[in-house]
Write a protein that binds this ligand. Structure first.
Ligand SMILES: NC(=O)c1ccc[n+]([C@@H]2O[C@H](COP(=O)([O-])OP(=O)(O)OC[C@H]3O[C@@H](n4cnc5c(N)ncnc54)[C@H](O)[C@@H]3O)[C@@H](O)[C@H]2O)c1
Length: 270
């Protein structure tokens, strides 16, 4: 049945629209460079957290420093490529928090060998974590969202889902971004559109953040080459992504679904 829009008299304060107080957010790859920063942002916006990673040591350390009675943090070891492992994580999450409101599909890997010498196993491993992992996590963790008829899923893509890696940036650094990584990130954008359509009847939104390269003490000549392609004249910091994730996770974006939010300092605009 058609829904009538809310009356404008019921408008909430903008602070409330961005607030994640009372929400439960699960972040995959939460031990990593971006995952740990995205988790911090969601926590600062008020969410209770489930930090999921194959190697959860960093999550556990962070959780023990930041957990409070109002904002509990659960740290879980799970592999996004193994459905049984995710189902166990779901049970543990429901036991602790009763539901999941926000899913950030952030776990991802790359491969940096020249494509001529890439093995089938290396190719498959990237497909498994980036694409199959996003599929399995969406399938498993959207279940409680469906039950409550509310949820927000944010998938972490990359600018390389939109444009090819320029070999001139990488030179002989041995860090060339790969075709399979790019294909998975393009796939994530399109899978997100599919899930956005198919989960809309359950009031679950699905969006993507496509970050540009984030500074992580890469070699100076690489950074110089990279920055030449960025109108903003610098690589991203982890903090540059925090506003985007809180926006897409929160009610501030309640009418936004199937969107790809590019956060790249302008890398892809010319
Ligand atoms: N760092 C960048 O410059 C950049 C740019 C664009 C997009 N991204 C994307 O951001 C996401 C995070 O990247 P990052 O740079 O923080 O990477 P990272 O390597 O620092 O972190 C990735 C995390 O994922 C975990 N992980 C890997 N395989 C897993 C599995 N099978 N199951 C569970 N956890 C697993 C790892 O243990 C690690 O903690 C990735 O999807 C990446 O493609 C990163």
């Amino acid at each position: 049945m058609m829904e009538m829009p809310h009356s404008s008299k019921k408008q909430r304060h903008i602070r409330d629209l961005f607030s994640l107080q009372g929400r439960v957010a699960l972040i995959t790859g939460a031990s990593g460079q971006l995952g740990s920063s995205l988790a911090r942002a969601l926590h600062e916006a008020g969410a209770r957290l489930i930090l999921l990673d194959k190697n959860p040591t960093r999550c556990e350390a962070w959780a023990s420093r930041h957990t409070t009675t109002d904002q509990e943090i659960l740290s879980l070891e799970a592999d996004v490529t193994v459905k049984a492992s995710l189902e166990a994580a779901l049970s543990a999450s429901i036991k602790r928090f009763k539901t999941i409101d926000i899913l950030i599909n952030n776990a991802g890997i790359g491969i940096f060998t020249p494509f001529e010498s890439r093995t089938e196993e290396e190719f498959q491993a990237v497909l498994d974590v980036n694409l199959k992992g996003t599929f399995l996590c969406t399938q498993v963790f959207s279940a409680p969202m469906k039950k409550q008829k509310a949820g927000s899923i944010v998938n972490i893509g990359s600018i390389y889902g939109l444009v090819s890696a320029d070999p001139r940036i990488y030179g002989d650094s041995g860090r060339n971004s790969s075709e399979v990584y790019a294909a998975t990130k393009a796939g994530i954008i399109h899978m997100s559109r599919y899930y956005a359509v198919h989960l809309a009847p359950h009031k679950i939104r699905v969006n993507v953040i496509s970050p540009g390269g984030v500074f992580n003490h890469q070699k100076e000549d690489f950074v110089q080459n990279y920055v030449q392609k960025i109108p903003f004249d610098r690589m991203a910091t982890e903090e540059d992504l925090n506003g985007a994730v809180v926006y897409l996770a929160s009610d501030a974006s309640s009418y936004v679904t199937g969107h790809n939010l590019i956060v790249d300092g302008g890398f892809t605009i010319w």
